[in-house]
Design a protein around this ligand. Structure first.
Ligand code: RIB
Length: 274
């Protein structure tokens, strides 16, 4: 009937596909959708509320069957009272919206424990944006908990946009200036870890002898360009698969309560930067 007309179109809202994490995530979502005869409409929000809002309206006008969103913007959904099936990745938005993520807290714990096991005395963390229940929040909590358990002082710096090299370099310079004795850094993202590795020699730090670095995400792109990087790998393809699965069930109106919050395991990949 007119009322359940399907378009077989799925909307995807991510901050920026030029970030390898979102690029690979989107690649997998699109591939899985294509294999199920769904087309996708891709929206890069740059994490901006105005862009998310206008993309959201564009998706509605195109009568998408559902949306997979990585958004920090709670208003996006509240304002529209969830007019269609939606699944979020990474960020919890509301009790009625299923979320798929990986275990960011455990990742933070594993990364910090590794640096401690490797003998680092002065371990710092560079976190991502801390708005709402972001993955950066949980990774940082993991770091702080382990530091506290070992009687160490937790010290954090923030880089809100991992693609902005200028911002990264500024924060890294400040970090080395304020903590010249730093010998271990857990970066909340592989891009930040890559910049750190490039910058470290300016500050006379040899990796891993003087400074050990662990990143986060384990994207194919970063592993190819920097195979030596120790990192926490997120199961990106599986996250994509679960998000599509749950969304399609939501579209069919038969998803289960236990699928409201899917948290997948992460994996430590040990390279030579630690
Ligand atoms: O910049 C990419 C990061 O942002 C990933 O770790 C992803 O989980 C998101 O939070």
């Amino acid at each position: 009937s007119l009322f359940n007309k399907r378009t077989n179109l799925i909307g995807i809202i991510v901050p920026q596909t030029s970030n390898p994490f979102f690029g690979e995530l989107t690649f997998h979502i699109e591939s899985i959708c294509a294999s199920l005869h769904y087309k996708v409409l891709l929206c890069n929000s740059l994490n901006r509320v105005d862009k998310e809002k206008s993309y959201w309206e564009m998706l509605m006008r195109n009568q998408v069957d559902g949306v997979i969103a990585v958004t920090y913007n709670r208003g996006l959904v509240n304002a529209h009272e969830k007019p269609l099936p939606i699944v979020t990745i990474d960020h919890y938005l509301s009790p009625t919206i299923p979320v798929v993520s990986s275990d960011n807290y455990a990742g933070g714990v594993q990364a910090t424990e590794l640096l401690i096991a490797k003998g680092c005395q002065h371990i710092l963390h560079i976190n991502g944006p801390l708005k709402l229940e972001t993955p950066a929040n949980l990774r940082r909590k993991g770091y702080e908990t382990v530091m506290q358990e070992h009687g160490r002082t937790a010290i954090t710096y923030e880089i809100a946009n991992a693609l902005n090299r200028g911002e990264q370099q500024k924060v890294i310079a400040q970090l080395f200036r304020e903590h010249p004795q730093v010998d271990g850094i857990f970066a909340s993202d592989d891009l930040i870890a890559a910049t750190l590795i490039a910058e470290a020699q300016k500050y006379g730090k040899h990796i891993p002898k003087d400074l050990k670095v662990i990143g986060y995400d384990g994207t194919e792109t970063c592993q190819t360009l920097l195979p030596s990087l120790t990192t926490i790998r997120q199961p990106i393809e599986l996250i994509a698969q679960k998000a599509v699965e749950v969304l399609l069930k939501e579209i069919e109106g038969d998803y289960e309560q236990e699928e409201m919050d899917i948290c997948l395991p992460v994996q430590l990949i040990e390279g030579t930067t630690t």
